[in-house]
Ligand binder design. Sequence first.
Ligand code: ZN
Length: 219
Amino acid sequence: MKFFDRLLLENRAWAAGMKTADPEIFERLHEGQAPSALWIGCCDSRVPAEQICNAKPGELFIHRNIANLVHEDDPNAASVLEYAIQALKVDHIIVCGHRGCGGIQAAVTGGDALAALPNVDRHLDQVKQLVAERGAELERFTRLGDKVDHIVELNVIAQVERLAGMPVVQESWEARRAPTLHGWVYDLATGELDDVYRQDPGGEAGEWAESGWRRRLAG
Ligand SMILES: [Zn+2]
């Protein structure tokens, strides 16, 4: 069977299974959405947002781009953010990076990897900037994978901090003390999510927590 035929067939099986478990589910979803969280994740095919946290349809409003980046000058990300905060009034924004991120690795190694991919190269400008600013910290790691995973965490924290400084977020904090901002990292090697950073509405600075990867590395 061809790949796309399998997907269509699996869709029918999925829809039937969902209706068996919850007969009114699609009628309810058809009425509208009220997701609790905006998820900003990487495009990577190995990090399927809903599946890794068993979220149901209607629970997560999702934006994905290479290396889970937020930028005011990106009309796609900015429109998703505006809609999630102002129209859907989400209570949480989760920025989810992942270990072994190809986008982050390209920014860490630089050079030829991005030469033939000018749009990806431009998109990753802010990660390259982060690598330039924090490059000295990478010297303590010998493996490329660990250097990448270190930047993966710093990048998630940087995105949460960037969100915290955006007018659309600050105005929402003023008006309704939400959303709370979360920085998570998904570990491809274990299938587990680590909660590495949190910024409460209006709080001074975010709270950092040690990830499983960092604990294992230290330990
Ligand atoms: Zn990635």
